[in-house]
Design a protein around this ligand. Structure first.
Ligand code: ZN
Length: 574
């Protein structure tokens, strides 16, 4: 070998770099690309895996002579870890996340195993084999990439700075976060890239578990409700609480909306006198955690911290002798949702149906049907079942299957909605339509078991989807509130048996002005529970109900509160 051959051999080659990039990108980006192309979720996961896969270039740039051995060792690690994520996605249609860790470690792993064996098919096997063949093909194409020393140093430094330096600096310097918080952010950015998804997932899982355990410990130490009495004694019964999500009542035909978005509930109201629709219920806060920590506890806008010092609705039902269940299609074990997981853990049995990495991923509420049916057959005499839906949470298009689309075009949409917003406006109405199907199916499923009991459905808060004039507002914002963000459906279905034993005329109650911050008091009346802390004045269905101001806003900020009824009917007004 002479000198010129050596020189040629060690020259930088764009083609080699291209194959090397493809090789390392493939492990994490293949799945992310599928997720984006199938419309399962957004593009940030793909962007992050493109970025964080670049890390593997550093060792092969530094030791180009060892490229084949480095890429083989890394390849085996990346292949094995990405194969698990790919297999998991093929079976469950969910990305691997800290929620998966939580369900793996906390719930019945035998059931999970059964599920895998039920859905592990030849198709899944074929996907995994095909995937492995491509890995093998790319591996054969891997060649060393020779960089002159100064480029080597520059490129490797640049990669390290972009991947780690920039995000850490942004979080710590610009946003004043601690190193631990910034590392948590970094972990979430890396959570789509093999093999970091397991490490990041595990770190996040441990962090959430720690804060959850602490909150559960505090809850367990609370004194029980004094003088709790159950007017229904030991009669067997099943009570169901269905919590909706981001579903505003002003977009339901059940509440007078022009488009027929709730045909099933409309029909049920006509045919079944046991369906009671309450017309004027609002929420106190337009955010899931913030409102549920009031609705499901004694806290409200005036006493926002009572959720920490008094028993919750779940505690109350358990104390009253119910076997309690929690079925949820909301994300579990994310930092934001820790309190929700704490609430769920206050019940006897949990079913976590949503382990998506992001709340806005494609996920339908029909997943709650199977566990709901299962729980209804539980032999316990007194059952309390909470079903927490994903409802009409953004991204609206991902809340219903495409073939369930009904609303397209401009018909029935206010003129002020701009052409570019029509699609999202329609998506939301289609999501409302699917939610109608879900809620009605839950009622019908419940009815079929000939239960003694009732089902109460309400939405945690509303959502403004270009509805309030001038039709430019999208979403929810406590600092720029519109009525639509607060108006919620509130629907009660009594079983014939329950109605017979509790012949209450709801007609005088249905137009009462109410805030679901006081839900627990209404629930107590409905369930026939009494105790020292009870305030019948805050119960929508009590003869002793006293109408009070419906406070909205952040109770922890100075001048944070105002009343719902003071809100204007247009956006942007004060
Ligand atoms: Zn919500």
């Amino acid at each position: 070998m002479n000198m010129s051959e050596l020189f040629v051999k060690e020259r930088f080659s764009w083609r080699s770099l291209g194959w090397l990039l493809l090789y390392f990108w493939f492990f994490s980006c293949a799945l992310q690309l599928v997720i984006v192309l199938t419309g399962h979720s957004g593009t940030t996961g793909l962007r992050d895996s493109l970025l964080y896969s670049l890390l593997w270039l550093i060792p092969v740039f530094v030791f180009p002579a060892r490229t084949k051995i480095i890429s083989s060792v890394l390849g085996i690690l990346l292949w094995a870890t990405s194969l698990i994520a790919l297999g998991y996605y093929s079976i469950y249609k969910q990305e691997f996340s800290q929620s998966v860790m939580f369900v793996m470690f906390e719930s019945n792993s035998k059931e999970a195993g059964e599920y895998v064996s039920q859905y592990f098919s030849l198709k899944v096997l074929a996907i995994l084999i095909f995937y492995t063949l491509i890995v093998g093909f790319l591996w054969r194409k891997v060649r060393p990439v020779y960089l002159p020393l100064k480029y080597k140093v520059t490129v490797c430094t640049l990669i390290a700075v972009v991947l780690f330096g920039v995000p850490l600096y942004k979080k710590m310097h610009n946003e004043g976060e601690t190193l631990a918080e910034a590392s948590g952010y970094l972990a979430s950015r890396m959570s789509t890239t093999a093999p970091w998804q397991y490490i990041a997932g595990y770190v996040e899982y441990r962090q959430q578990l720690e804060s959850m355990t602490e909150m559960l410990k505090q809850n367990a130490a609370l004194p029980p409700l004094a003088n709790l009495k159950d007017a229904n004694g030991d009669t067997p019964r099943t009570l169901v609480l269905v919590i909706g999500e981001s579903t505003t009542s002003s977009r339901m035909s059940l509440y007078g909306y022009g488009r027929q978005t709730t045909p099933r509930l409309d029909a049920l109201r006509k045919s079944d006198p046991n369906l009671v629709v309450f017309n004027d219920v609002v929420t106190s806060r337009p955010y899931t955690i913030e409102i549920l920590q009031q609705a499901l506890t004694f806290a409200d806008e005036q006493q926002p911290d009572l959720y920490l010092t008094k028993p919750s609705l779940m505690n109350m039902m358990k104390q009253a002798g119910y076997k309690t269940f929690w079925i949820t299609n909301q994300q579990t074990m994310t930092k934001r949702n820790t309190l929700l997981t704490v609430f769920s853990q206050q019940t006897d049995e949990q079913f976590y149906m949503n382990n998506q990495r992001t709340q806005s991923a494609r996920q339908y509420d029909d997943v709650v049907f199977a566990p709901f049916e299962k729980v209804l057959t539980d032999p316990a005499e007194k059952k309390f079942i909470v079903v927490h839906l994903l409802g009409t949470h953004m991204k609206y298009k991902f809340r219903y299957p495409e073939d369930a689309t009904k609303f397209v075009g401009r018909e029935g949409i206010p003129d002020g909605v701009s052409d570019s917003d029509v699609e999202v406006y329609n998506d939301y109405d289609n999501a409302e339509l699917y939610n109608d199907y879900v809620v009605e199916t839950l009622i019908r499923t419940f009815e079929k078991t000939q239960p003694n009991g009732f089902l109460l459905y309400f939405s945690d808060h509303g959502e403004d989807v270009y509805e309030t004039p001038p039709h430019t507002v999208l979403g929810r914002d406590e600092s720029a509130p519109t009525r639509t963000m607060y108006t919620v459906p509130f629907i009660l279905w009594n079983s014939p048996q329950w109605q017979k034993d509790h012949p209450i005329d709801y007609a005088p109650y249905v137009d009462r002005k109410y805030s679901n911050a006081h839900l627990l008091h209404t629930w107590s009346t409905l369930a026939g529970l009494s105790y020292d802390l009870q305030e019948p004045g805050k119960s929508l269905v009590s003869p002793a109900f006293r109408q009070s101001e419906r406070w909205i806003g952040d109770p922890y900020s100075k001048k944070g509160l105002r009343t719902f009824d003071s809100l204007p009917y247009t956006a942007g007004g004060k």
